[in-house]
Design a protein around this ligand. Structure first.
Ligand code: ZN
Length: 79
C-alpha cells in the first residue's frame, strides 16, 4: 500500500487522487472556481497572484491545479 501526503492538509492517505478524501470536496470546488475564473477572464489574467487575490484560492493550490490532468492548456497562460 502506498502512502501519499495530502498537499492541502498534510495528512497521509492511500486513495487515488491529488488530495486526501477529507480535502477532495474543497479541492474540487476551488478547481472549478479556478476554471470558471479563467474562462471568464482568460486574456486579462497576467499572473496566478491576480487569480489568488480575486478568488481567495492560495497560489500554492493554483500551482498544483496547473499540474492536474486536463489543465495543460491553463498552464500555457502563465508561462
Ligand atoms: Zn487533506
Amino acid at each position: 500500500m502506498e502512502f501519499k501526503r495530502c498537499s492541502r492538509c498534510g495528512a497521509f492517505y492511500t486513495n487515488q487522487g491529488y488530495v486526501c478524501p477529507k480535502c477532495t470536496n474543497k479541492d474540487n470546488l476551488e478547481l472549478s472556481q479556478f476554471k470558471t475564473f479563467v474562462e471568464k477572464n482568460g486574456l486579462e489574467i497576467n499572473s496566478l497572484s491576480q487569480i489568488s487575490t480575486q478568488t481567495g484560492i492560495s497560489e500554492k493550490n493554483l500551482n498544483r491545479f496547473l499540474n492536474y490532468d486536463g489543465l495543460e492548456g491553463y498552464k500555457k497562460l502563465f508561462i
